[in-house]
Write a protein of this length. Structure first.
Length: 207
C-alpha cells in the first residue's frame, strides 16, 4: 500500500527524470487528457496537469498561456492523423472508417474537452478566437486524401469534388456531437456516408 508521503513524492516533478522537447510536450498533453477524463474540463487544473506530467507549471505556461490552448492541443494530439486516413480500398469504406475514428475520439476525453472548450468560448470573444485559431484543416486534409484515392480508382468524378462537399461529412458529425452528444451511433455514420457523402461525390449515380 502506498503511503501518503510516497504518493506525494510520486507527484513531485523534481523527483522524476527530467524530460525536454517533444517528450515533455507529449507527457503534458497525455496528462491533460488523463485529468480531463477524471475531473472534466471545468475542474481541470494546470497545477494537477503539471504534477501528473512530472513538469513545472512554468513549462506549461511557456507553451500554453491559456487553458483553452492547452486543451485544444491535447485534443488534436489524439485525433486521427489527417495525413494517413484509413485506406480500405473503397470510397464508402474509407468514409465510414474515418468518421468512426473521429466519433470514437469524440466519445472519450478529447470529446469531453472539446465540448467544454466550446461551452467556455460562448460569449467570450477572446476564447472564441483562440478556438478558431486551431482550425488546422485536418478534416479537409483527410477528405482530400480519401477522395484522391477514390478518383484514382475511378469511383469519383473529379468535377464533383468541391470544398463544400469535402467538408459536409465532418460538419454533420460536429452537428450531431453538439446537438445530441455522444456516442455517435454507427447507423448515423452509415447514413451520412450513404445518404449524403457518396451521392455528393458520385452525382452521376443518382436517379
Amino acid at each position: 500500500m502506498t503511503s501518503p508521503i510516497t504518493a506525494e513524492a510520486d507527484l513531485d516533478h523534481r523527483k522524476r527524470p527530467r524530460r525536454r522537447g517533444a517528450a515533455l510536450e507529449t507527457a503534458i498533453l497525455e496528462a491533460t487528457l488523463a485529468e480531463l477524463s477524471e475531473v472534466g474540463y471545468a475542474r481541470l487544473s494546470v497545477e494537477r496537469v503539471a504534477e501528473r506530467a512530472g513538469a513545472s507549471k512554468a513549462s506549461l505556461y511557456r507553451r500554453w498561456p491559456s487553458k483553452v490552448e492547452l486543451v485544444m492541443d491535447a485534443v488534436y494530439h489524439v485525433f486521427p492523423d489527417s495525413a494517413s486516413p484509413p485506406d480500405t480500398g473503397s470510397l464508402r469504406g474509407d468514409l465510414v472508417a474515418m468518421m468512426r475514428a473521429v466519433a470514437g475520439q469524440l466519445a472519450g476525453p478529447a470529446g469531453q474537452a472539446l465540448g467544454g472548450v466550446l461551452s467556455d468560448a460562448l460569449g467570450d470573444q477572446d476564447k472564441a478566437r483562440q478556438v478558431r485559431s486551431y482550425a488546422r484543416g485536418n478534416s479537409q486534409a483527410s477528405m482530400r486524401e480519401i477522395v484522391r484515392r477514390a478518383v484514382a480508382r475511378g469511383e469519383v468524378d473529379p468535377s464533383a469534388v468541391t470544398e463544400r462537399r469535402l467538408e459536409t461529412g465532418h460538419a454533420l458529425l460536429r452537428y450531431h456531437f453538439i446537438t445530441r452528444g455522444v456516442p455517435i451511433p454507427d447507423q448515423v455514420i452509415d447514413e451520412i456516408a450513404d445518404e449524403v457523402m457518396i451521392p455528393l461525390l458520385q452525382p452521376s449515380n443518382r436517379a
